[in-house]
Design a protein around this ligand. Sequence first.
Ligand code: PMV
Length: 324
Amino acid sequence: MIGKVKAHTNIALVKYWGKKDSGLIIPYTDSLSLTLDEFYTTTAVEFSDDLEHDEFKIDGNPVNEKNFVKLTNFMSHIRDLSGVTQYASVSSKNHVPISAGLASSASAFAALAAAGAKAAGLDLTRQELSRVARRGSGSATRSIFGGLVEWHRGYDDVSSFAEPIQEKLDFGLEMIAILLDTNIKKVSSRSGMQSVVATSPYYASWIDVVQNDMGLMKEAIKNKDINRIGKIAELNAMRMHALNMSAEPSFTYFNSETLKTIELIHDLRNQGINCYYTLDAGPNVKVIYDRKNRDRILKALQIEFKRDQLVVAHPGPGIEYIDC
Ligand code: PMV
């Protein structure tokens, strides 16, 4: 049987940044994200007697040794769950700039978990799929679902899973991704968060910050208060990036364009245009706003950036099975 699935990326409004268990990917904190329609991965998986090892193709290219090991271990978990003993042929197509802090791993592992499970004949709930996806990449846990999603940190494999807060949004939350640099990032999120957990003197405070932000963010979502959502997300992102600067050795995902863009968002706010920003493990900025302000924000951004650097993204759906 072939399993084919489309999964979308998500951007965290309250970030996950640190693993308590790096094998199972159990995080230190809860997190909360918005799944986006514009960036996605489509993955097809087929197990076969003819293969002597797993085969992976991403955008038509075979994967390197490091990614092969990671992916074949991931497939072995699906084999363990299902009892399938064959190797798999996996082909994946990304509609996301890879490793540029646009969470390509989120859509990739969500799609692989669901397509792999289907191909192996497993009938898993979406909550169970979120646990499988989690083993590939933390943020993938949330990409199983659409809209606003919460990942409960839990304390073991069973208790650490994602759950939707609101899969179809009934208010105008949107994001514009500003693509400043789509090259592979220098510090992977895995090593970035590992370094922060091990060396930042502020890590214990971060755990408190996130716990507090989760409560505030859920309240703001309940009230459909986009400005409040933006404010909380922006501060949460800056506190995450402050951890990186406080690590030893210190590092940052920001570049000079990032700082200029942040200043530009502040300028827009000072002009009375409500918009906020967030950043992940890369230099690209995502602007958070109410869709009623989209035209004004786009107009202002188009003065500074080329059209193809600006991607308007709306809330997106959870995983979708594609008939083969
Ligand atoms: O999914 P990972 O393990 O590569 O980590 C991603 C971490 C952030 O994108 C920076 C934050 C998040 O919660 O998605």
